[in-house]
Design a protein around this ligand. Structure first.
Ligand code: PBG
Length: 353
């Protein structure tokens, strides 16, 4: 039980300055009317008044799918994450489901890349095969698929490249829509365009509706920043741009209002869920988007954020469990309804304890 803390006293017996400054006087605190610490006295009280609560149901677990069978290869830059063939993917998702996770986000790594990323729409590609396997084994699992060309193009950009190296917006839209259709046909519940081309949500929505997939949702990477925190992910899927960078399509980290514009546009174009990415360095943006829109807001706790915690924890510099739960709580507190995180399974286990 908590003991009453004595009021600090100066050597001569009068209340010390810190007490006097808060108007304590010499009555031992009897005149103190505001005591926020009452609500922090005991674990049960703290739980009663907690404003933010993490739950595995709000986590989305990203998974990397490769062709083949019985493959489970650890990704060097993302310790604890794996390249999974569809059969291993099912095992991983089933284990996550047991721990309370209800949703996964798939990234496909194709066997071959080409100039325009046409392979992204291959009905037999790794994403599509992964979706089919998951839906067969775990029909209730919410399966989302990342929709982008960067891991399918030889140059590593998220769109078609013009003759002068420019990333062409409109020619990219049809390829994305084609890929979206192949994901929907495989059974994806949500497609998640992460390319940041203008107008892609409207194009994908129209393509899905015209093909009879009006129930397939769109989780749009709406405020996706040109961030250095994607480094480990690009190693994991081999999507680092071979020339230039992504600043002509991803957002400038300096901008906050622009995120609202992007999120509103995506919502108007038909996005069911809007996303802010990365999460930890963009909590202000999460809070803004949450306040301004009536759609669920997802935040992506990206590879670099995960790798930082893992690397420091491996050296004994940080307590991984405590830091991870604090990070995830801060993302939820900022306003994220859903959190995409590589820590999903570990966090679910820690929350259970
Ligand atoms: C594809 C994509 C990226 C991520 C998700 N989808 C990388 C990028 O834009 O370069 C990053 C995910 C992460 O870092 O965890 N466009």
């Amino acid at each position: 039980m908590q003991r009453k803390q004595p009021i600090p006293r100066a050597v001569d017996g009068r209340a010390a300055d810190c007490g006097a400054a808060t108007g304590l006087g010499t009555d031992g605190g009897a005149s103190l009317t505001q005591r926020p610490r009452r609500l922090r006295r005991a674990q049960a009280i703290r739980q009663l008044v907690a404003e933010t609560r993490l739950h595995p149901h709000r986590f989305i677990y990203p998974l990397f799918v490769v062709p083949g069978a019985a493959r489970r290869e650890e990704i060097e830059a993302l310790p604890g994450q794996f390249h999974l063939s569809p059969d291993s993917l099912v095992e991983e998702a089933a284990a996550a489901w047991e721990e309370g996770i209800r949703s996964v986000l798939l990234f496909g790594l194709p066997e071959r890349k080409d100039e325009t990323g046409l392979e992204a729409g291959n009905p037999a590609g790794p994403s599509q095969a992964g979706v089919q396997a998951l839906k067969r084994a775990l029909p209730e699992l919410v399966v989302m698929t990342d929709l982008c060309l960067c891991s399918y193009t030889t140059h590593g950009h998220c769109g078609v490249v013009g003759s002068d190296g420019e990333i062409l917006n409109d020619p990219t839209l049809d390829i994305l829509a084609q890929a979206a259709l192949s994901h929907a046909e495989a059974g994806a519940d949500f497609v998640a365009p992460s390319d940041m081309m203008d107008g892609r949500v409207a194009t994908i929505r129209r393509a899905l509706d015209n093909a009879g997939f009006s129930d397939t949702g769109i989780m749009a990477y709406s405020a996706k920043y040109a961030s250095a925190f994607y480094g480990p992910f690009r190693d994991a899927v081999g999507s680092a741009p071979q020339f230039g960078d992504r600043r002509s399509y991803q957002m400038d980290p300096a901008n906050r209002r622009e995120a609202l514009r992007e999120a509103r546009l995506d919502a108007e174009e038909g996005a069911d869920i809007v996303m802010v990415k990365p999460a930890l360095a963009y909590l202000d943006v999460i809070a803004d988007v949450r306040a301004a829109l009536d759609r669920p807001v997802a935040a992506y706790n990206v590879s670099g954020e995960y790798a930082m915690v893992k690397a420091a924890a491996a050296r004994g510099w940080l307590d991984e469990r405590a830091v991870t739960l604090e990070v995830l709580t801060s993302i939820a507190r900022a306003g994220a309804d859903l959190i995409i995180t590589y820590h999903a399974r570990e966090a679910a286990r820690w929350l259970e304890q």
